[in-house]
Design a protein around this ligand. Sequence first.
Ligand code: FEO
Ligand code: CA
Ligand code: CA
Ligand code: CA
Length: 582
Amino acid sequence: ATLTSKEQAAFKFKEVPHGLDEFVTLPPGYDYQVVMRWGDPLFSEAAAFEPLAQTGEKQLKQFGFNNDYIGFLPLSNEQRQSTHGLLVVNHEHTKAKLMHPGATNDCDLTLEQTKVDIAAHGVSVLEVRKDAETWQVVKNSRFNRRITPETPMRMTGPAAGSKRLISKSSENGVDSRGTCANCAGGITPWGTVLTAEENVDQFFTGDIEQLAEKRNYQRMIFSGEPEKSWSRHFERWDLNKNPNEGNHMGWIVEIDPFDPNSVPKKRTALGRFKHEACNLFINRDGRVVAYMGDDEKFEYVYRFVSKRRFRNQSDSESATFNANLLEEGTLSAAKFDDAGRLTWLPLVFGEDGLGPENDFHSQADVVIEARRAADIVGATPMDRPEDIEVNPVSHKVYVMLTKNKSRKTDQLDGANPRALNRGGQIVELTAPGGDHTADIFEWDMLLLCGDPNTCVTNYHSETTPNGWLSCPDNCTFDNQGNLWAATDGAEDFGVADGLWAIQTEGEKRGYARRFLRVPIGAELCGPYFTPDNKTLFCAVQHPGGDGSFDKPDTRWPDFDVTLPPRPAVIAIYKKDGGVIGS
Ligand code: FEO
Ligand code: CA
Ligand code: CA
Ligand code: CA
């Protein structure tokens, strides 16, 4: 059977071969420009990047390290909506070896280096504009903003005001400070951005055994051992001195990028775990459905359904109403059976064992310890749930499960069918009759990933020897509904990470084609298309990841002997100005 022209659109580019080198490689006819690199100033008065003279003060006004999520929010009218907007970019983590000359690890940084380290985390908001050929950052834009682990924030929802959130930086359990370990995210239909706090354990130290929150912190895999230098210089991160501070991290944070003075809100109704991303779908009855993964071995897939309904009007009253939709609703965890059924198990205080019998005394307790609540109701432990997104054409949901080398042969199930899983898989969820609030969905395996020479895989038979991918992490969709999956872990198979276009429907379902290769050491994050699909923003994270500032494996993207490799956001385009993939 032949494909419809719609189905073929993403697959007209010439496939990029596997390989591993210092460069970003794209198909013939495509090119990229660097939009923003670690250290680039966001403001006209900010200091230029000087790698040997970096300070915390400078870093506060510069683009952060290890860019992950990218969201693009149009600023202009329809004609320019794909050439003018806000880019919101996460800075997931740092690596001292690549940032500071002579540094060998992240734990023994000086006070000044630690200030740089902290300020290089969080989120950047920047106005970008495409003039003639190239994207420019508008440096004097009133929208440009750095959000860091110190930015004032507010807790909302069931945990707001809980005594378990009272700490030295929060006398009332409502005020909160900053965000960190921001992995992926999502954009809401009302124009805000959701950023996901993922590996929040790394910043905190302390003797966990001695703490009242021991069970909770251990379930979040807080070791208490130093992985960073933050608690050496700032008491806030020392759990022995500030025992509840760890409960301020591990949430979905909602940011209004159009109001640079807005206070970001931590949406506790969506649960506390190692959040990878958060993507929304407006159900046909107007309720907002959020899909989320908890990226750790044997953790869960979650869904949130808002109590109230989205108002599709553009007046300010509706905007204010929508802005609070994520405050109240039902959080559930997913149970996958082997017959293709997925049951959403609600995490509601007082129901299904989530009461005093298991030491839950309020919905605040349930959301703070969402992992333990999901254990009790019987959710299915997955192979590290990463990004989850709804296909804008078919409305099916796709779950990236990156890998799980610890899964044993006696722990297999239909959705996690391989032991010592190195390659990861992509699972498809179908809402019955398109109702994303339903209790029961169907699920199917789209792709068992990995190198077919060493893993059991199920690629479409026409997938070439360059078409296999491993360790799917971030994803996005083009306007035709083709899935684009970015990877983090292909070097384990000897090839560079990158981006693949994958067909989800029709005769060629499960067909994958490689579109991009990142430089050695890097993973690819944040793929995000402009509405016209003519620019594809991508975040190249930790290029030269195994090298050091003094001895880098690559100096991408500058290839200047005075500069280290730098994580950077790039804009990919087709040289003939056409739609990406066409
Ligand atoms: Fe930060 Fe799960 O990748
Ligand atoms: Ca990720
Ligand atoms: Ca995504
Ligand atoms: Ca990752």
